[in-house]
Design a protein around this ligand. Structure first.
Ligand SMILES: Nc1nc2c(ncn2[C@@H]2O[C@H](COP(=O)(O)OP(=O)(O)OP(=O)(O)O)[C@@H](O)[C@H]2O)c(=O)[nH]1
Ligand SMILES: [Mg+2]
Length: 295
């Protein structure tokens, strides 16, 4: 399946919840105050969030009034354009060597996403090493081992309960000596408490800065699309601990809450979306395809 058809398939439920309703509304061709109220209600119901929804509505009303838009196709085109502007066109780009630390609460799909990312970079001809820095959960490194084998990349792991920063230290040493292009760092999603988790992530972050200052750095947060607006809070909390460069939004395939990508994009750019559990179910985010997928 191609990229576009995959994202369209992944956004099917979101489209069912908002796209069809909006289409019907636009088709009526009556663009008075009721129209904007109805669009607002539909967007609010789709996890786009109040702030982003109001911004979209204000923009739409301004542009439609200014250009005296009276036909459904133009109105729909304007709405799509506004959404694409909000989502932005930024892609994840980095120089080799690069260290990508992947963070997020438990169960969102960090480990799976690391396997998928490793696969993407290997296919691009890059060398990759994975650091199993989630030493808290017993099966975490085993799970990562399976993904590393699938993607055919090296893995650095220590025993359960060992210091995650030490795992990262070893992975960096190996990457430096072998001139590896990308180091992917898997982290724990849960510790005894949230303060511990944030302190651990800060420590790993410091170790990377100190041990490999010449490497490019990216901190990515993985968010589960099915959590909807809750994802915004997660971005805030993790961004305070370690500066976030981007978002990977997983499990779009199982949810009608894909609209949350719009609210998230206003905070931090979305670089990839997960649309399934298989190794090639991670797609580079593209604003135009996304908007076509939901409307
Ligand atoms: N449908 C679907 N499932 C996904 C996607 N990404 C991950 N999953 C599933 O989500 C579950 C949790 O994934 P993990 O990769 O273990 O999540 P994690 O964030 O590493 O979890 P912890 O290590 O416990 O914090 C697994 O069953 C994955 O197969 C996706 O894009 N779509
Ligand atoms: Mg994990």
């Amino acid at each position: 399946m191609g990229f576009i058809s995959k994202i369209i398939e992944g956004l099917k439920k979101t489209k069912q919840s908002i796209g069809f309703k909006l289409k019907q509304l636009f088709k009526q061709g009556i663009f008075g105050e009721d129209f904007y109220d109805d669009v607002e209600a539909i967007l609010l119901s789709a996890d786009i969030g109040a702030e982003t929804t109001f911004e979209i509505i204000d923009n739409l009303r301004d542009r439609m009034t200014q250009d005296r838009v009276a036909d459904p196709d133009t109105a729909e085109k304007y709405l799509k354009e506004i959404m694409v502007e909000i989502l932005g066109e930024e892609k994840l780009s980095f120089d080799s060597p690069c260290v990508i630390m992947v963070v997020g609460v438990n169960g969102v799909g960090k480990t799976t996403t690391i396997g998928k990312l490793a696969n993407i970079y290997v296919k691009q001809g890059k060398s990759v090493i994975i650091a199993a820095a989630d030493t808290f959960r017993a099966a975490a490194a085993d799970q990562l081992e399976v993904w590393a084998k699938r993607a055919n990349v090296r893995l650095v792991r220590h025993g359960e309960g060992s210091d995650p920063a030490a795992v990262v230290f070893d992975a960096l040493a190996s990457a430096k000596s072998k001139k590896t292009d990308v180091v992917l760092v898997d982290t724990a999603g849960r510790l005894h408490n949230k303060v511990n988790l944030m302190e651990e992530l800060k420590k790993i972050n410091r170790v990377i800065d100190r041990e490999y200052p010449e490497a490019d750095r990216k901190n990515l947060i993985v968010l589960d699309a099915t959590t909807g607006q809750n994802a915004l809070t997660q971005v805030k909390v993790f961004d305070e601990a370690v500066n976030l460069d981007g978002i990977i939004l997983t499990k779009l395939d199982g949810t009608a809450k894909g609209g949350v990508a719009l609210a998230l994009s206003e905070q931090v750019p979305v670089f990839y979306v997960g649309v399934g559990e298989r190794i090639d179910d991670l797609i580079e985010f593209d604003a135009n395809s996304f908007v076509e997928g939901i409307l």
